[in-house]
Design a protein around this ligand. Structure first.
Ligand code: PMP
Length: 355
């Protein structure tokens, strides 16, 4: 705390990001990164920009990337907003669509950035407890005064709502914006982008961080009707017109064009998730039915916190949330087959030797 801090800085309750260890040997399965590198074409495109174009500002309207996204998503260019990671898109959405005197709703267990933004912008919020089976309570998400936000699939559970359930939330909130955060949708859930034409209150956010192995260049986007996209542009341009740098723009465009590579790595991650889930279940662990690139796991015979700490000592980083609602669970990102085999081995040995 400093006497120079504004009230906003004093009262901020910042998000705690997952650990980013520096040691090269660790197996890092704690922040849901894609275990495969970006496609060779993506790297080439970025190198070209580094060699030729860094002197110049990027185009603030990012028209070319918007067209590539619009084409891929089957919408018009005017229905696309691009941000510095979907975190930034979400932050802008909070400012553009939520009012400081109207409570928004989000699930009781969800992405922990939502309460951080809400606090930062002075927006009251109501957390809607999950159902017993960890699914989102769809009826509870209706009739929000200020708006709604939830990830689909949800984080950290990995459970996804079907599209008809997403529609129920949209229909239950005709006068406020519903943000569907699809950071992990590519790994097996249904995208709500196909509902955008029908629902003027729907904003869908996506990211290249996970599906396209580009967490490092920070590109995310939103799809919605023109009116909502204009709202986001107003906020962005009041803050910094150049939120996407030239290297990121080139990388994102190239990655989105390289569909074959994307499909192949996506399939690999999904296949690994399937066998790894089954293997954990064979050990007796409880594993939720994930549609994302991570698994939400309740260990048996050992405490979740102990497992997290012990694995960390042995060079495996997974995520443990020190929160009462999910105490007892760990979240494990899906790595390569080799990484997951090593982790499974380690867990089996721990169970044999320590229990
Ligand atoms: N939404 C959810 C649910 C997430 O888990 C994450 C990643 N931590 C994000 C959004 C943000 O991803 P990015 O800023 O890398 O696009």
């Amino acid at each position: 705390m400093s006497k120079f801090w504004s009230r906003t800085a004093r009262e901020a309750k910042p998000y705690t990001p997952g650990e980013q260890p520096n040691e090269l040997q660790v197996i890092k399965l704690n922040t849901n990164e894609n275990p495969y590198p970006p496609s060779p074409n993506t790297l080439e495109a970025m190198k070209r920009v580094v060699n030729e174009d860094l002197r110049k500002y990027p185009t603030p309207t990012v028209d070319s990337l918007k067209s590539v996204i619009a084409n891929r998503e089957g919408v018009n260019d005017e229905q696309v907003f691009v941000g510095n990671g979907s975190d930034e898109v979400l932050a802008f959405a909070f400012q553009a669509f939520f009012e400081s005197n109207e409570a928004i709703k989000f699930p009781g267990v969800t992405y922990s950035f939502y309460p951080v933004y809400a606090n930062l912008y002075g927006i009251p919020f109501q957390e809607v407890p999950l159902n017993e089976d960890f699914t989102i309570n769809v009826d509870g998400m209706k009739q929000s005064i200020g708006g709604v936000i939830f990830p689909n699939p949800n984080a950290p559970t990995g459970l996804a709502l079907r599209l008809n359930q997403v529609e129920k939330v949209l229909q239950g909130n005709p006068n406020s914006v519903v943000v569907v955060d699809e950071a992990y949708v590519e790994f097996g859930a249904e995208s709500a982008v196909q509902l955008v034409e029908q629902y003027p209150n729907l904003l869908v956010t996506k990211t290249l961080s996970k599906s396209h192995a580009l967490a490092g260049i920070r590109v995310g986007y939103a799809i919605g009707q023109e009116e909502l996209i204009e709202g986001l542009e107003r906020i962005k341009n009041s803050f910094n017109s150049y939120t996407i740098n030239r290297v990121s723009l080139a990388g994102a465009e190239a990655a989105l064009r390289d569909d074959a590579y994307y499909q192949e790595t996506l399939e690999r991650v999904i296949n690994t998730r399937v066998w790894f889930k089954q293997s954990l279940e064979e050990l007796g662990f409880e594993v939720l039915d994930s549609k994302a690139n991570f698994l939400f796991v309740k260990p048996v015979r050992v405490e979740a916190e102990w497992l997290y700490l012990t694995l960390k000592e042995r060079g495996f980083y997974i995520r443990y949330f020190d929160k009462s609602k999910v105490r007892g669970y760990v979240r494990i990102s899906v790595g390569t087959d080799e990484e997951m085999e090593r982790l499974l081995n380690e867990i089996s040995n721990l169970l044999k030797n320590y229990v």
